[in-house]
Design a protein around this ligand. Structure first.
Ligand code: GUN
Ligand code: ZN
Length: 432
C-alpha cells in the first residue's frame, strides 16, 4: 500500500452547489489535500492536514492554486483540426468542414495519432474526466479507448452511429450499429477508468429504427451512458421537425425511443420550451452546456436561468471543434460573458464558474460519488494552476485582495499554459 501524499497549495473547490447555496465555495489560503491509494483523506488548512498526517510525503506547491480536476461533458475526439473554422452555421459547418474531417478517421494511423494527441491535450488542459463524442469508425473508436486507457483519464465514449443525412462512409444500418457498438462496449465498458456511451450523432442523422437500436443497446447495459445533440440551431431543429412529424418536438424524438434517462446527456439545448425543460427534469436527463460553440456557430444563447429554475442538471462542455478550445477555464469565461449580456441573464460569479468547470460536470456524467470536488472520500483528481512568470495573471494575483478576486482573475486570464500538474486518483497524468 502506498503511503499518504500531501499537496500544500492555495486550495479552492465547490463542495456545494452555488446555484442553491451561498456558501458553496470553500477555500484555504495555505491549504492542503492529503490522499492515499488515490482517495482524498483530508482537505483543509495546511497546519491541520500536516499535523494529522506526520508520516506523509509533502509536496510544497504554495506557488500554485489547487482546484479539482475539470470535467468536460461534451467534446469531439476527431475534431481538433477543425477548431477555428469560422463563418458557418451548424449544418453548413458539418457538411463543409467537419464531416469530411471525421471521414479521415477511416485511416487507422491517423486515428491512432489523433487519439494520443487528443488525450494528451485534455490532460494538459487540466481536464481529468470527459464525456467524449467518438468516431463513426470502430477501429478509430478502439484507438481512442486504447489512448484513453493509457492516459489515465476518466473517459466515457462510444462509437458514433448514424443511418441518414451525413455522408455514405459515415452511415451504417441499425443492425451494424448494434453489432459494432456491442463489441466495443463489451471490450471497454468498465475497463480501468473507461465507460461506454451509446452515441447516435443527432436525430437529423438517425431514423427511428436507429434510435430503437440505441435503446436496445442501453437496455443491454443499463450502466452505460447515452449522449447526443438536441435543440442546438434553428435550421437543425426545423429539419428534425420534418424528419419526425409525429414527435412532440426534438426532445420527443429521444423520448419516444426511451432514451431520456438519468444516464443521458444531451448537448446544447439552447432552444427549449418550459414544457421541454419540465420533461428533461422529470426524466433526470442532464444537459451539456457548450457556450463557446453556441456562440461560434451562431446557434443561440443558452437559457441557463430557466435550466436552474426547472431543476435540469447541466454541466459544461467545450464541444471542440465547434467550441473554441479544450480549456474548461476559458469555456467558463465564455459562459460568463454570454450570460452577462443576456438581458434576463443569471448573474454568475467565480464560485459558479468553478462549479460549472468541475462538480456540475461530475454530476452530469454520473461521477458525483467519485469526482468534482475535494471532499474526503472522493478520488484525488486535482489540477495545479500557476501563472506564467511575468504575465498578466501573475500581476493580478499578486494584488488580489481575496479569493473572489483571485478566482475571477484565474477564470478571466488562465489558459492551458497555467496548468502545471494534473492528477487522476493521485496519479500524475500531466506535468509541465
Ligand atoms: N450536431 C451533430 N453533430 C454535431 C457536431 O459535431 N457538433 C455540434 N456542435 N453539433 C452537432
Ligand atoms: Zn457536439
Amino acid at each position: 500500500m502506498a503511503g499518504t501524499t500531501i499537496i500544500r497549495a492555495r486550495v479552492a473547490h465547490t463542495p456545494r452547489d452555488p446555484f442553491a447555496a451561498d456558501d458553496a465555495l470553500e477555500t484555504f489560503d495555505d491549504g492542503a489535500v492529503a490522499f492515499a491509494d488515490g482517495t482524498i483523506v483530508a482537505t483543509g488548512p495546511a497546519t491541520d492536514v500536516l499535523a494529522a498526517h506526520p508520516e506523509a510525503t509533502v509536496h510544497d506547491r504554495r506557488d500554485c492554486v489547487l482546484i479539482p480536476g475539470m470535467v468536460d461533458t461534451h467534446v469531439h475526439f476527431p475534431q481538433i483540426p477543425v477548431i477555428g473554422a469560422m463563418g458557418l452555421e451548424l449544418l453548413e459547418w458539418l457538411a463543409q468542414r467537419t464531416l469530411p474531417e471525421e471521414a479521415r478517421m477511416a485511416d487507422l494511423d491517423h486515428a491512432q495519432r489523433a487519439a494520443t494527441r487528443f488525450t494528451r491535450l485534455l490532460a494538459l488542459n487540466g481536464t481529468t474526466s470527459a464525456l467524449v463524442f467518438g468516431s463513426h469508425f470502430p477501429q478509430a473508436q478502439h484507438a481512442l479507448f486504447e489512448a484513453a486507457d493509457a492516459s489515465g483519464l476518466r473517459i466515457a465514449s462510444g462509437l458514433v452511429v448514424s443511418d441518414r443525412n451525413l455522408r455514405p462512409e459515415l452511415e451504417v444500418t441499425p443492425e451494424e450499429a448494434y453489432a459494432r457498438s456491442t463489441e466495443l462496449r463489451a471490450r471497454w465498458h468498465g475497463h480501468g477508468r473507461l465507460r461506454y456511451v451509446i452515441t447516435p450523432r443527432f436525430s437529423v442523422s438517425a431514423t427511428e429504427a436507429m434510435l430503437d437500436a440505441c435503446r436496445a443497446l442501453l437496455d443491454d447495459e443499463p450502466t452505460a451512458l447515452f449522449t447526443s445533440h438536441v435543440n442546438e440551431s434553428p435550421g437543425e431543429i426545423a429539419f428534425v421537425k420534418e424528419l419526425f412529424p409525429k414527435a412532440r418536438d426534438y426532445i420527443g424524438t429521444y423520448e419516444d425511443a426511451g432514451l431520456l434517462r438519468p444516464c443521458s446527456v444531451l448537448a446544447h439545448n439552447v432552444h427549449v420550451s418550459d414544457e421541454g425543460l419540465h420533461r428533461l427534469a422529470r426524466a433526470k436527463t442532464a444537459v451539456a452546456h457548450c457556450p463557446s460553440s453556441n456562440a461560434f456557430l451562431a446557434s443561440g444563447i443558452f437559457p441557463m436561468a430557466r435550466h436552474v429554475e426547472h431543476g435540469v442538471r447541466f454541466g459544461m462542455g467545450t464541444d471542440v471543434g465547434a467550441g473554441t478550445g479544450l480549456s474548461m477555464l476559458k469555456e467558463a469565461l465564455v459562459a460568463y460573458h454570454v450570460q452577462m449580456v443576456r438581458s434576463e441573464g443569471h448573474m454568475l460569479g467565480p464560485a459558479h464558474l468553478l462549479y460549472l468547470a468541475t462538480a456540475a460536470g461530475a454530476k452530469a456524467i454520473g461521477l458525483e460519488a467519485v469526482a468534482g470536488d475535494l471532499t474526503p472520500g472522493k478520488a484525488a483528481d486535482l489540477v495545479l494552476l500557476k501563472p506564467p512568470p511575468g504575465g498578466t495573471l501573475e500581476a493580478v494575483l499578486e494584488e488580489a485582495p481575496d479569493w473572489s478576486a483571485a478566482l475571477g482573475a484565474i477564470f478571466t486570464l488562465a489558459r492551458e499554459e497555467c496548468v502545471v500538474e494534473t492528477r487522476v486518483a493521485g496519479d500524475i497524468v500531466f506535468r509541465r
